[in-house]
Write a protein that binds this ligand. Structure first.
Ligand code: COS
Length: 385
């Protein structure tokens, strides 16, 4: 249920203050140490950030998609590594349970995800299965009341911190495609589950990814999300539809931060006797970034409204993910250009954001996968008319 306008505004103001006063000053330190300080994670818990999207009946704040988009745009004002601390609880780690879980599963898991006591990760990708998610090989063999899981999940965000995984595995060995896949809630302490070492990455230091290795890992059959085998791929797709709106929103937030940095720099940096912002070629870059960020903000707001109205937004979510993540890449590139040599130096935040945003075009479905989803849906819809 939507918050009343005053409560929503208070929440957004609180997040804005937290981001600008507490997180922005720590960006360089987090990047250097590859670690978000524990007291900051505690503050995130206190603010309720882990439970932004989890329904109030399970202890969360229960934001609608439109409201979540506004909150996430505020969070985009700082390094995306901060968002990752609770991002999987808000999005891909928890939403399988929220959308398709049984009442029992919701009662068992959602309250601790909402409070931040437990971190949830989303484990779909494998060494041999990335964009072609339906070809995943991790097997789940029925054994009495349990399933025995074998396989490796790769690049799993928050795996080193997770208490549970929403993990997709193949329960039907005779069905090589999407229909043979089930989604499991897998406890970190399940026998046979281990976590690989932290991956070293181009950017987003402070956010951690690792392999999840399953060797005869025992998972109760009752942990299949929704209780029905063979539905896991669809659950994953629904989770990703929502996640793609979230990614669009974070991209808009980061673009707006970068634009703010650019405007300030262009007003202060003097060349040829005047601020570089007075030169029309610099103005063109500022104007292009502003126009594109505004288009992104408008798009995600529209898609969020449609989502909340119950429309099927698979196409719009892919449009938002595709446009906004590519857009912030262009904005970051222009920011480096406006800052010139300073934009390439680690002393300024620009080069760090430039590396950080590169990932947005890859995870939760590459730009090329979004293009495929959009075009396929267009052709399908034309065929059914
Ligand atoms: N919502 C609900 N159901 C969906 C859906 C959606 N958005 N998209 C697809 N489905 C359903 C289809 O209707 C189909 O169901 P039926 O078997 O009943 O017909 C089933 O899921 C399989 O769909 P499809 O045939 O389109 O699957 P493909 O194997 O062709 O794959 C893509 C589709 C490429 C879109 C999918 O594999 C994908 O999104 N890949 C990217 C994965 C990704 O984002 N990885 C990032 C890692 S997670 S951070």
């Amino acid at each position: 249920m939507a918050l009343d306008p005053d409560t929503l505004q208070q929440l957004l103001d609180t997040i804005r203050r937290f981001v600008r006063e507490r997180l922005v000053p720590l960006e360089a330190q987090v990047s250097e140490n590859d670690e978000v300080p524990a007291d900051i994670v505690d503050e995130m818990r206190e603010l309720g950030l882990f439970g932004l999207s989890i329904p109030q009946e399970f202890g969360g704040i229960g934001l609608t998609m439109s409201e979540e988009i506004l909150a996430v745009q505020e969070l985009g004002w700082t390094s995306p590594a901060f968002r990752s601390v609770f991002g999987t609880n808000v999005g891909i780690g928890s939403q399988g349970i929220v959308i398709d879980g049984t009442e029992e599963q919701k009662n068992q898991w959602l309250p601790r995800l909402a409070s931040g006591e437990t971190i949830a990760s989303f484990a779909l990708t494998e060494p041999e299965s990335g964009s072609d998610a339906g070809s995943l090989r991790t097997s789940a063999r029925r054994d009495g009341d349990n399933y025995i899981l074998n396989g490796t999940k790769r690049f799993i965000t928050n795996a080193p911190h997770a208490g549970i995984f929403t993990l997709m595995a193949r329960t039907d060995p005779d069905e090589p495609g999407a229909r043979g896949v089930s989604a499991f809630i897998v406890d970190r302490n399940s026998p046979g589950l281990s976590i690989g070492k932290h991956d070293r990455k181009m950017g987003q230091q402070g956010a951690h990814t690792a392999d999840v290795v399953l060797e005869d890992c025992v998972v109760p059959a009752s942990n299949i999300i929704g209780g029905v085998a063979g539905q896991g791929f669809k659950t994953a797709m629904k989770v990703l539809d929502r996640g793609r709106l979230h990614m669009g929103a974070i991209s808009v937030g980061i673009a707006e931060r970068l634009i703010d940095e650019c405007v300030r720099y262009a007003s202060e940096r003097i060349q040829f006797g005047k601020p570089i912002g007075e030169f029309q070629l610099v103005q063109a870059m500022l104007a292009d970034s502003r126009t594109e960020a505004y288009a992104g903000r408008t798009m995600v707001a529209d898609a969020g409204r449609r989502f909340d109205a119950g429309e099927d937004i698979a196409t719009e979510a892919a449009c938002c993910k595709y446009y906004c993540t590519e857009m912030v890449g262009r904005v970051a590139d222009r920011a480096v250009q406006i800052f010139g040599g300073a934009g390439y130096m680690a002393e300024y935040p620009i080069e760090r954001f430039y590396r950080d945003v590169r990932l947005l075009r890859i995870y939760e479905g590459t730009s090329q996968i979004q293009q495929i989803v959009i075009a396929r849906n267009m052709l399908r819809d034309a065929g059914s008319n």
